[in-house]
Design a protein. Structure first.
Length: 348
């Protein structure tokens, strides 16, 4: 059994194979284009007695002047703290990035949304455009954010379950830390902002009911240079992306009495329109004898793929021992084809 998956640009975000990209899947384009404009938000406060508290969440840039939208509950009530510091780090990978100071401009607790602004806007901000028409039940959507405070922007997909004036429901599996993150349509246009979920009902766990506030409902909180009725510029797709690919195989063949060793040659292609420039890191785990080493990923001469040559050992049929291998390979990939524009054109 083999499972080769494309997990992400910058860590675990996406699980779409190459054929999906070639058959109208705009997810990889949206991630590469918009993840740089998604903000990892960290709020830290110090109370009068010296104790500390805070929140982690997600936000996203909505103007080149540095305005950011997030969920109101991500930003603590400053009345509870004698000092409150808001920091924002731009994605897609924030572990080694320098945070920038944010300030609260205004908030709407009734819609659970807050408008922030970079005190000193970073240069060349990536702006996410807001859609000017209502979400439609059943349409495909994507969510970008930092679940559980993880340092890399994650990418989730789902469908619009229902649409009301104050809420969009979806089955996208958002988690704590996704709050404030953008919900975008198949063109990358923001239709909502993540704010909550139903996790239990009458003592029973509930999954698959998550909420976002529609952007059409929050026009009163938007800054003057942003609206849901004016034409908005779409960010340019990044020419460099950081991708983590998964290689996973379990050997299920067994001899009657002896161990079985089989050799494998697996190939993982670069993202559509990209080439692999370098291997940035390898994580690996296996149930295999030490003599059967982990493969070293080899980039093809044309840089359009990387290959893996290795062997696995399984025991005789009476003990059902199976050899397996799991690897995560991080690569830096460079765009060589023009970025698709039709997929992300217009936010009517």
């Amino acid at each position: 059994m083999i499972r080769i998956g494309f997990i992400a640009a910058a860590a675990i975000c996406l699980t779409q194979p190459a054929w999906a990209q070639q058959n109208g899947d705009t997810g990889p384009v949206i991630y590469a284009t918009e993840a740089p404009g998604v903000v990892r938000i960290h709020a830290v406060g110090v109370t009068e007695d010296g104790s500390m508290g805070g929140e982690d969440g997600t936000g996203f840039v909505i103007s080149r002047s540095g305005y950011v939208l997030t969920a109101s509950h991500v930003i603590p009530d400053d009345a509870k703290y004698k000092t409150l510091i808001l920091g924002g780090t731009l994605g897609p990978a924030t572990a080694d990035a320098k945070p920038s100071r944010l300030e609260l401009v205004k908030r709407s607790d009734s819609y659970d949304v807050a408008l922030l602004r970079f005190v000193t806007p970073p240069p060349a901000l990536t702006v996410l455009p807001l859609r000017r028409s209502p979400a439609k039940v059943g349409e495909l959507l994507f969510v970008l954010g930092y679940p559980l405070g993880l340092p890399d922007a994650h990418f989730l997909d789902g469908r619009v379950g229902s649409v009301a004036k104050d809420a969009i429901t979806t089955n996208a599996l958002v988690d704590k830390g996704n709050s404030g993150g953008p919900v975008v349509d198949a063109r990358g246009c923001v239709i909502g902002i993540v704010y909550g979920a139903i996790t239990s009902r009458e003592g029973q766990p509930v999954n698959g009911i998550k909420f976002a506030v529609p952007v059409l409902s929050i026009s009163g909180i938007l800054p003057p240079d942003v609206s849901t009725t004016g034409v908005q510029e779409h960010a340019q797709a990044s020419d460099i992306i950081h991708v983590s690919d998964a290689l996973s195989r379990t050997q299920t063949d067994h001899d009657l009495l002896n161990d079985t060793v089989k050799s494998y040659h697996d190939v993982i292609p670069a993202r559509d329109g990209f080439v692999i420039e370098a291997i940035e890191g390898v994580g690996r785990e296996s149930l295999n004898p030490p003599s059967l080493q982990f493969p070293t990923p080899v980039i093809s001469p044309d840089k359009k793929s990387m290959s893996f040559d290795y062997s696995l050992l399984s025991g005789p049929i009476f003990d059902q021992r199976r050899g397996w291998i799991d690897m995560i390979v991080g690569t830096r990939q460079r765009r060589v084809a023009a970025a698709p524009t039709s997929a992300l054109a217009g936010c009517e």
